[in-house]
Design a protein around this ligand. Structure first.
Ligand SMILES: [Mn+2]
Length: 384
């Protein structure tokens, strides 16, 4: 880094040395560190510039007035060579241009609308808002290898990513009094010691033992609930049954409900059903993993399952997972949405050509107006 001396400091040195160039050079050499190179031509040209700016006096001791542009000087010397008189010639044309610019700018400012101060009014109070955190197919316990699936993925990485994304989502979501963590199913990747799918017995790519998977899954869920409790007064937890964790999801529900038994701020739903519902003001939500009913059937199913709630609600949403990609379709009376997963692609998904992006969302629901905003945290944000 080059060492510099600013105009004010340089001007002070000049004044201290009566604008005598050899003395200024000597002073600068003493004042500045040894790396600073003092050159006579630069000192002289800088003094000239500071005289034009009115920072340093001219030979006569006169200063150039601010706003005037120095064009030249006429000097009268006495018989001993001392200055008797000095006339400053300023450029009136340039002065006129500067004056007109100034007037022009002032004119523009005057023409711009001037707004009256407005009192700050919060649009929604926290009491009216619910934060919904849908967790798309976490697949905890899945293993992927970079060589065959494009990315290394294991229990450690899963924990790091899910907790990191969730923490960021909670912190960026507005202050909502209530929150619902909605596990959309396939929270756990496998549902048995053998590590095969229950229905078709396909061999799954798994990381660690069954115990290690359950232990990591519990740690992640507890971390998310505790993180949500720091930001929301009340946290509800809904766990959907997925095709990868038909029994694991039930164990998860029961274990969590016992763990938070003495915490009135946490409610854990226990339901041995693939459809679950919750309400917030005029909004009705359905939750379904997506493995037993297609999206287009869900709205009418909601109306049949919950006729009173359907009638009393104005906004209806069905949250699903299973597909691992983003899809949102509005049907008559209900929007069905599937959410992305944060999990990497295993060899099966990679080889099958699935290439969906990975992120997690928080939906903000107003008790009267339904969804009013949503926040997204892209996986790239926490992998950086
Ligand atoms: Mn899945």
């Amino acid at each position: 880094m080059s060492i510099k001396i600013d105009d004010a400091q340089f001007g002070a040195v000049c004044m201290d040395n009566n604008c005598h160039v050899p003395s200024i050079i000597k002073a600068l050499k003493t004042l500045m560190p040894s790396e600073y190179r003092v050159r006579k031509d630069r000192v002289v040209s800088r003094m000239k510039r500071l005289r034009r700016l009115g920072i340093l006096p001219l030979d006569s001791g006169n200063y150039v007035s601010q706003g005037e542009v120095l064009k030249g000087t006429t000097t009268l010397y006495d018989e001993n060579g001392n200055i008797k008189l000095q006339w400053l010639k300023t450029d009136t044309e340039k002065e006129a241009i500067l004056t007109s610019f100034k007037a022009c700018i002032e004119n523009y400012v005057e023409e711009l609308p001037k707004f009256k101060a407005k009192e700050y009014k919060q649009l929604h109070t926290a009491d009216e808002l619910l934060a919904v955190y849908p967790l798309g197919d976490p697949h905890i316990g899945m293993k992927a290898y970079k060589d065959e699936a494009g990315e290394d993925w294991d229990l450690t990485k899963t924990q790091e990513v899910i907790c990191g994304v969730f923490d960021r989502l909670v912190k960026t979501t507005p202050h909502c009094k209530q929150a619902v963590i909605v596990n959309l199913g396939d929270y756990f990747h496998r549902d048995n010691m053998a590590g095969v799918t229950e229905r078709h017995k396909h061999k799954l790519d798994t990381d660690g033992t069954y115990l290690m998977m359950v232990s990591t899954g519990m740690k992640i869920m507890v971390q998310m609930i505790n993180s949500a409790l720091e930001h929301h007064e009340h946290v509800r937890v809904i766990n959907s049954l997925g095709n990868h964790d038909d029994t694991g999801a039930i164990f998860l529900q029961v274990a969590l409900s016992h763990m938070y038994e003495n915490e009135p701020r946490v409610q854990v739903d226990c339901a041995n059903a693939v459809f679950q519902y919750f309400q917030h003001g005029t909004s009705l939500f359905g939750v379904h993993h997506g493995h037993t009913v297609k999206p287009d059937k869900l709205p009418l199913m909601m109306a049949t399952d919950k006729p009173k709630e359907w009638g009393a609600s104005e906004f209806r949403y069905f949250l699903t997972g299973h597909e691992h990609h983003e899809a949102r379709k509005e049907y008559s009376g209900c929007i069905v949405e599937s959410f992305r997963t944060l999990a990497a692609k295993d060899n099966y998904a990679y080889s099958g050509g699935w290439r969906a992006g990975r992120d997690s969302k928080a939906l903000v629901i107003h008790e009267e107006f339904g969804e009013v905003e949503r926040h997204t945290v892209n996986i790239a944000h926490v992998l950086k």
